[in-house]
Write a protein that binds this ligand. Structure first.
Ligand SMILES: [Cu+2]
Length: 695
């Protein structure tokens, strides 16, 4: 039905394609970006989008209802209960918009303090306020809570960042609640646990008994108890947290941020790690875990800026009504307004696994998700007073599956000698047999006092060979340099399904805490599917990739695009100096700039905000395209200042840390028009932009 299968119908054609593949590398070295590997086949007629499979629909709210969603619960009567950051609980009838009818809202409770979680159990709703776990009951049956009962209260200091999340129910009826740390001194972002048990998970019984359970949390916005009864939580980048992650919480665990250890010596604490055990260094966290028992490593790292910036809720798919993802977890991201898909496996009796992109484009920061009665997902959003990608500050949306199965990596599992990729549909075997279409790169983060971490210790893990399964659903990769405790980026080239459909997402990140034991794939099995031409192509492609990589940093386009010293020919100086700054909420301080065509511009960019930003001047109408490509740079993003190889990029600054500045010099375009300056730091481009009018 398509060019792909026709081209690959015999060996000669395949050789031709491999030649084309190599040739493409040499011809267009700077275009090796979004896909990582150049497409082998020339079929560009089929494009796939997330919205071809999963549809986002607004659940409208009446005027005056500020639905900054903090918690979602489904009641047995089909109504959706929504707790808000502003301390109200709404009961929404007909949330599925059945027959095109609007939903109807009833205020169930109010006057609560920043409710950031909600559960229904036996006729009551349970919610974590900032300072207590509360049970709400409608005893009169009029649809409004008339009994507010304290289950358990804990101290708070009053610092704004002391968010409390939960509860999640354990199988026996106890509840899990997690608490953020405060910030303090000497640096504004340094975590402080000013009162017990900030930075901890607490287990609270329905009759009000509390036991501190695990420490080391910093901003644990997502908690879930999975179908096996295990507690999972998600963490955000911050001090001692190199990136966001998902971890399995067991009694006595220490998850990484030392602030909460101030209470570890108390008699009721099950945590044996002490503050003195934690040493600031540029080494990865696993080195501390090897030295200090009780330090728990993430089950799955969710690479910062690549897969999101602030990890939120966790929702398990317990069946296949939302696509072929039974047993998978959907994990929200508040800052990037998206949802990732995560799959766990147990190796050495510990959870580890892989995270894939799933769906972007929600209206605001994704904080909460829940399954509806009809199998759709409700997505509760707020920008939480901070910023998020998306056009709105808050809201409620439905994510609906239309029944079409996207061609995706359904799962990646670890093998003693590599990885096995399982697809949602059979692969086109001739294409999928080309090892050059599989790239594995491993890396990790520092475990340190400072906020976040760069990517460190990045190495290639060469794919030596592969075996495509008989049914086409699986590709077994044999990989060199598998590194325990490292994140492995698995990036595919232009693999197609047997019916010619391209991958919806081409990258997954597998956290390899343990390499499983067992026997390797016998060499005669994978060499058989691995013809020597392809092998040669693979070797050559690898070599070329390295060359391309080195050239990129100082390619002519990059040098011309970012000139940081005034050109010597500007003997009279610049015609004009423009000072541009940033403001909170993903904004430049100037929305429109006017310059004369061909004039000499000195642009002084000050980043006064508390996030990283750049300024990229692009051709008229191309900011969306450039911003999207920047987000797809993956592991290359940080080192390239999130500047994709796109001819519409004219001039740019590097990515500036908070409180720093950079000056660039450029000549305004000769062609008048409305150009755009945009920040391409992942997730910012949709709102962080201004007009550059060239007269
Ligand atoms: Cu920005």
């Amino acid at each position: 039905m398509n060019v792909v299968s026709d081209h690959c119908s015999n060996k000669n054609d395949k050789l031709f394609l491999i030649t084309l593949f190599l040739f493409s590398y040499f011809l267009f070295p700077l275009s090796v970006t979004a896909a990582g590997l150049m497409p082998v086949q020339a079929d560009t007629t089929i494009t796939v989008n997330e919205s071809d499979y999963y549809i986002i629909r607004n659940v409208p709210a009446p005027d005056g209802v500020i639905l900054e969603v903090g918690g979602l619960a489904l009641k047995p009567n089909g109504k959706l209960a929504v707790a808000t950051r502003r301390g109200e609980i709404w009961s929404i009838g007909n949330p599925s918009l059945e027959n095109g009818q609007a939903p109807y809202y009833t205020k169930f409770a109010e006057g609560l303090y920043e409710t950031l979680g909600l559960q229904y159990r036996d006729g009551s709703l349970y919610t974590a306020q900032r300072g207590e776990l509360t049970k709400l009951t409608d005893t009169s049956g009029d649809g409004v809570a008339d009994l507010y009962e304290r289950v358990y209260a804990w101290p708070i200091s009053g610092h704004y960042h002391e968010y409390t999340f939960g509860p999640a129910f354990l199988p026996g009826g106890e509840m899990v609640v997690t608490g953020n740390v405060a910030f303090g001194s000497p640096r504004w972002w340094e975590a402080e646990s000013r009162v017990p048990w900030r930075g901890w998970a607490m287990i609270i019984s329905p009759d009000g008994e509390m036991r501190p359970f695990a420490a080391g949390m910093r901003s644990p916005a997502g908690i879930a108890v999975n179908s096996r009864g295990d507690i999972l939580y998600t963490e955000n980048e911050g001090d001692w947290m190199g990136s966001g992650f998902l971890a399995h919480v067991e009694e006595g665990d220490f998850h990484g941020n030392p602030a909460g250890l101030d209470w570890a010596h108390l008699p009721e604490s099950p945590v044996n790690v002490r503050r003195d055990d934690i040493i600031d260094s540029e080494n990865p966290m696993y080195e501390t875990a090897e030295r200090v028992p009780g330090v728990k490593l993430p089950a799955v790292w969710i690479p910062h800026t690549i897969m999101g910036i602030s990890t939120s809720d966790i929702l398990e798919a317990t069946d296949n009504t939302f696509g072929p993802y039974k047993g998978h977890y959907f994990v929200g991201d508040q800052g990037h307004a998206l949802i990732n898909r995560l799959v766990l496996e147990k190796v050495n009796n510990q959870y580890q696994g892989v995270v894939f992109p799933f769906r972007r484009g929600f209206a605001s920061g994704v904080l909460r998700m829940i399954w509806g009665e009809d199998g759709a997902m409700y997505v509760g959003m707020t920008d939480r007073g901070w910023s998020s990608t998306g056009e709105r500050g808050y809201g409620l949306q439905r994510l609906e599956w239309n029944g079409n199965v996207p061609f995706e990596m359904r799962n990646v599992t670890a093998k003693p000698d590599g990885f096995e990729i399982e697809f949602t549909k059979p692969v086109h075997k001739d294409i999928a047999s080309n090892p050059a279409l599989y790239g594995v790169t491993s890396f990790i983060y520092m475990y340190r006092y400072n906020y976040g971490s760069p990517i460190i210790r990045q190495e290639t893990s060469p794919v030596k060979g592969l075996k495509v399964s008989e049914d086409g659903y699986r590709v077994r990769l044999v990989v060199d340099n598998m590194r325990e405790k490292y994140i492995h980026e698995i990036k595919l080239g232009a693999i197609r399904s047997a019916d010619g459909i391209p991958l919806l997402h081409d990258t997954g990140y597998y956290t390899l805490n343990y390499i499983p034991e067992g026997s390797a794939l016998p060499e005669n099995e994978w060499t058989a599917s691995f013809d020597h031409h392809a092998h040669a192509a693979h070797q050559a492609a690898g070599a070329v990739d390295e060359i391309v990589h080195r050239e990129r940093a100082d390619s002519p386009a990059r040098i011309a695009g970012r000139v940081t010293a005034m050109p010597e020919s500007w003997t009279d100086g610049p015609d004009r100096t423009i000072r541009l700054s940033t403001q909170p909420g993903l904004r430049f301080d100037i929305e429109t700039l006017e310059v004369n065509a061909g004039s000499r511009i000195q642009l002084v960019f000050n980043n006064d905000d508390d996030m990283q930003h750049n300024v990229v001047i692009v051709n008229p109408g191309t900011a969306d395209q450039v911003g999207e490509e920047a987000m797809l740079l993956g592991l290359q993003g940080p080192e390239r200042d999130y500047i994709p190889d796109n001819e519409n990029v004219l001039y740019f600054t590097s990515v500036l840390s908070p409180g720093t500045a950079e000056t660039i010099y450029f000549t305004a375009p000769e062609v008048p028009g409305e150009y755009t300056y945009v920040c391409t730091f992942p997730g910012h481009h949709i709102i962080m932009r201004g007009k550059l009018i060239v007269n």
